[in-house]
Design a protein. Structure first.
Length: 485
């Protein structure tokens, strides 16, 4: 009898993409996806970056303990960044866990599950370096219309607040031909949008010595037939060159959207963070982007309350936010992450100070976001219709989609039969701080192959490529990928 699985994912887009690989591996090994949590195998793909990640993991494991006790044969696996960090601590604190695997050996998940079942003992296997590039593994894509494409893993930066380099390793780049082969295969299968992924995505090429490799890759994506939208995340200001900006501006399917982390507007805080740019350099990049791409929506990440941050330094962040006029911002209260240099810095700020500053920053950014969104009222925008974006769509009879600049738009479909994956044009009637609303009639509707495929079971395939319909036999991974790169 086949066994069922479910995967719970926490953290960043890289973790979401890794979970697609885990699902592909399990289905290639004969497992079937469970629509509920009543699965034979529960995989927790963890994050070590977010606040209280440890408490969240062990809390979830605590809830799973009685479930496992009531279901003989059930297995629990823990992977991702927190598994890479905590290792065998996990099975010491939660001895009912069957498998612990890290960020470098995702491909071992089915083998470790089988070994744990055979030996009736927990299996903890953490590789110290990447064993095989994740994109060469089988995958089960979650979307028929949009796909992640990993171009690099790891990071060579040494930001004092970040634990990622120690958990994901130094940067490893895929060969450009391998990246484009995956992009082309996705587009050939009807996918309309790809997002190029990397911990430091625009440093791509450092491993093979080509500083313009990322700009070249963006331009090459512009030549892929059927590919309508290209996005990327997340770049670093240090490597953000004029050649990348030119490639964004001159490649029609590269979206007018940029997410570039600021972290702080204070030069002294940036120095303590070991961020290799200063606020003036950051703002000059934004000026150049807006000169070449006037309608670009620019978003960012900001950390409030970094150790030693003074009120004057926080005011410098507010000043940069006012000048930058971000479309949106992901704002975080600094919290100590064991294993990072910043955790040992003096002058850790009281929680109440960090909270008060955080609320001031959020209030300012919401004012800016709302003003920008109201300025779009009356504009006609093209949407790639999405599923699962609007939490209240069922109650409001709306659907949701993303504009080319990445903004979320809720629209009224009327009597049209519109599917996720289709393309529509709508007129914005209302701008809210976090989304746009288009309650008028749909201006145009284009049915797509991705819309046709929506709701069709996605089968696991090799080479990191998607497929729809009945499962097909898988070639061995090593033969399929021709080696990692």
């Amino acid at each position: 009898m086949s066994r069922s699985y479910t995967i719970r994912t926490y953290g960043c887009q890289m973790n979401v993409h890794d979970s697609e690989r885990m699902a592909g591996l399990l289905e290639a090994a004969g497992y079937e996806r469970s629509a509920t949590d009543e699965a034979d195998v529960v995989v927790l793909n963890t994050c070590a970056v977010r606040e209280n990640a440890d408490n969240r993991l062990y809390g979830n494991l605590g809830h799973l303990r009685p479930v496992k006790q009531a279901r003989p044969g059930m297995q629990i696996a823990v992977g991702g960044c927190l598994a890479q960090k905590d290792r065998d601590t996990i099975v010491r604190r939660a001895p009912w866990v069957d498998v612990v695997f890290g960020t470098h050996n995702v491909g071992k998940l089915p083998v470790l599950l089988e070994r744990a079942r055979h030996n009736q003992a927990a299996q903890v296997e953490i590789a110290e370096s990447l064993e095989v590039f994740p994109s060469t593994l089988p995958t089960r894509r979650e979307s028929a219309y949009a796909g992640w494409v990993s171009i690099s893993v790891g990071c060579n930066n040494t930001c004092t607040f970040c634990i990622v380099p120690s958990l994901r390793g130094t940067e490893r780049d895929r060969r450009p031909g391998d990246v484009l082969a995956e992009v082309e295969a996705l587009a050939a299968d009807g996918v309309l949008e790809v997002t190029l992924l990397g911990q430091n995505v625009n440093a791509y090429g450092v491993e093979f010595g080509d500083r313009d490799a990322f700009a070249k890759l963006l331009r090459a994506c512009g030549d892929v037939p059927g590919l309508e939208r290209v996005r990327f995340t997340s770049p670093h200001p240090r490597e953000f060159s004029s050649s990348v900006i030119a490639a964004m501006a001159e490649t029609p399917n590269v979206c007018p959207q940029l997410h570039m982390p600021l972290q702080s507007g204070s030069d002294s805080v940036l120095r303590r963070m070991r961020r290799s740019y200063r606020s003036a350099r950051f703002l000059s990049i934004l000026d150049e982007v807006r000169e070449r791409i006037p309608d670009a929506a620019i978003s960012t990440d900001i950390i409030v309350g970094f150790p030693g941050e003074t009120e004057e330094e926080f005011q410098a962040t507010l000043d940069v936010v006012r000048t930058a006029r971000f479309a949106s911002a992901f704002t975080f209260q600094y919290s100590q992450r064991p294993g990072t240099p910043a955790a040992d810095l003096p002058d850790q700020l009281p929680k109440e100070v960090v909270q008060e500053r955080y609320m001031r920053l959020v209030e300012l950014q919401e004012e800016i976001s709302w003003e920008q969104n109201r300025a779009l009222e009356g504009r006609v925008v093209e949407l790639l219709v999405a599923s699962g974006e609007g939490r209240k769509d069922g109650a409001t009879q709306r659907m949701s989609g993303r504009a080319r600049d990445g903004r979320l738009v809720h629209f009224t479909p009327g009597d049209r039969e519109i599917r996720p994956g289709d393309i529509v044009e709508v007129e914005v009637t209302y701008g809210a701080p976090h989304h746009l609303v288009a309650d008028g009639p749909v201006r145009s509707h284009r049915r797509t192959r991705a819309g046709d495929a929506h709701g069709t079971p996605v089968r696991a395939t090799g080479l990191g490529l998607p497929g729809f319909g009945a499962p097909a036999p898988l070639a061995p991974v090593a033969a399929a990928c021709g080696g990692a790169s």
